[in-house]
Design a protein around this ligand. Sequence first.
Ligand code: GRF
Length: 221
Amino acid sequence: MKPPRLVVLISGRGRNLRALIEAQRSGRIPAELAGVISNRAEAEGLQYPHAAGLPVQVLPHIGFQDRAAFDAALAQILRDLRPDIVALAGFMRILTDGFVREFEGRLLNIHPSLLPKYAGLDTHRRALAAGDAEHGATVHFVTPALDSGPAVIQGRIRIGPRDDADSLAERVMEQIELKIYPQAVAWMARGELRLQDGAAVLRGKPLAGPATLEDLEEAFR
Ligand code: GRF
């Protein structure tokens, strides 16, 4: 059987992208990296896939008349790449319902908060301002409503007395995001994870709540 095809969408720094590429290259994600797409030509995250010789495409959203026109162009690029998994990794665009519906079940996103808390931007600052004891990140299937599709895996850490938004962002990235995203994409690539009847299903069982850091396999810890 052919390995599933993975496409990653980015806008910025690309640390999650890099973790996904490394996991793919080491064989932990049994997929073919079919492409990386950025909506920003200057995205720092393009350097690594470029150097690694991966197929990279840039589709600047500037220049499109509206969201629907951009999404139509993006959907066409994706159709040509025939992805089985589309991982949004810091892709800072809200996607239209039509786009999401076309790729639903194949679209995963990582969000730096304990969803359903803090959908949208500025999550680290908001968690601190609320005086939360814990913060984290969540991988979820993408459905039309922003940051609220079925959660797959969520990691949490305690907020420390000396945390500011930057230190918290860094700890969430290092201790959670760079582990849970490769794990979730690996589950998808192995066919162990899917979206069924609006629920995330892992190894045949609908998840009552997201998997946790405890559920990470050894290779992803
Ligand atoms: C990450 O915190 C991710 O959760 C959020 O955007 C950030 C992207 O960082 N959606 P990077 O581009 O992966 O470094």
